[in-house]
Design a protein around this ligand. Structure first.
Ligand code: CP
Length: 293
């Protein structure tokens, strides 16, 4: 078994294989991996990623250990490496790990247990990226030629980090917008920074990002209402989108901060569909790992 760490590790063929398998799973295929044990190790909180990996593991017939970080020997100073080594020693085959360190998985490379990155600091969120591409494909079939606007707290977002790389590789045009202090020139290689109204005018897909207060060094200067008016998706901006445009958000959502609350389950929204697709994309990832890619 191999690891699933960064979205750019996938070739285009591998990506299309995973998307095809995710769609098979969406249409009801299940797995029979009763001999496999997966351990879910979340060192940062999670609702969607943790429980959709868990649902994926149930549907694939795996045994599941939900590691309790707060109740573990981490509190006695045990390292991440020694903790994952312990999971390997007791018989787990796959470790699904979320961790605040951007590159936590580098220290685990010598272990035999397969590592799945379920979100690494502000670095990568490859399973979210896969489910996002699946969601866009369900509407447009292809990414090539689409304009995708990624808007909000770009520099703290691992979702944005994974998506901009993949979208650029799949020949989508990427536009960035949001507060300038959350933009980094290193994103220039993947897309162009524009005003929110220019981004929304051109976008086929609008990806709104959560303000990640837990990663901010300074208190946010703008009030929620001011942020929504300056950088958020308001109802007026939604009404001006292209008729076929869709809106996405990885969630959790700060309602009425980056997006007006009434838009979350609106006709153009794919936010709930993203959550559903998360189960199938993660089934495809787990199967891909077990089959040795
Ligand atoms: N989108 C996402 O990663 O959500 P969770 O933090 O709830 O897993």
């Amino acid at each position: 078994m191999q690891n699933f760490l960064e979205i750019t590790q996938l070739s285009n063929d591998q990506l299309h294989h995973l998307l095809a398998r995710a769609n098979d799973f969406k249409h009801g295929e299940l797995g029979n991996y009763h001999h496999i044990t997966a351990v879910n190790m979340f060192f940062e909180n999670s609702t969607r990623t943790h429980h959709s990996f868990e649902m994926a593991q149930y549907k694939l017939g795996m045994n599941i250990i939900n590691f309790d970080a707060a109740g573990s020997s981490i509190s006695k100073g045990e390292s991440l490496y020694d903790t994952v080594l312990t999971m390997q020693a007791i018989g787990a085959n796959i470790a699904v790990i979320r961790h605040p360190d951007d590159c936590f998985y580098q220290q685990l490379e010598t272990l035999d247990i397969a590592i799945v990155n379920a979100g690494s600091g502000a670095g990568e969120h490859p399973s979210q990226s896969l489910l996002d591409i699946m969601t866009i494909q369900q509407k447009f079939n292809t990414l090539s030629g689409l304009t995708v606007a990624i808007i909000g707290d770009l520099s703290h977002s691992r979702v944005a980090s994974s998506n901009m790389k993949l979208l650029n590789r799949l020949n989508a045009t990427v536009l960035f917008s949001g507060p300038p202090e959350y933009y980094d020139v290193k994103f220039d290689q993947y897309g162009r920074y524009v005003t929110i109204d220019e981004a929304l005018q051109q976008a086929d897909v609008v990806m709104m990002l959560r303000i990640q207060l837990e990663r901010h060094q300074q208190v946010m200067a703008l009030s929620p209402a001011t942020y929504l008016q300056q950088y958020g998706l308001t109802k007026a901006r939604y009404d001006a989108l292209k008729p076929h445009a869709i809106i996405m958000h990885p969630a959790p959502v700060n309602r009425d901060v980056e997006i007006a609350s009434e838009l979350i389950e609106s006709p153009k929204s794919r936010i709930v569909q993203q959550m559903q697709n998360g189960v199938y994309a993660r089934m495809a990832i787990l199967e891909w790992i077990m089959k040795g890619n």
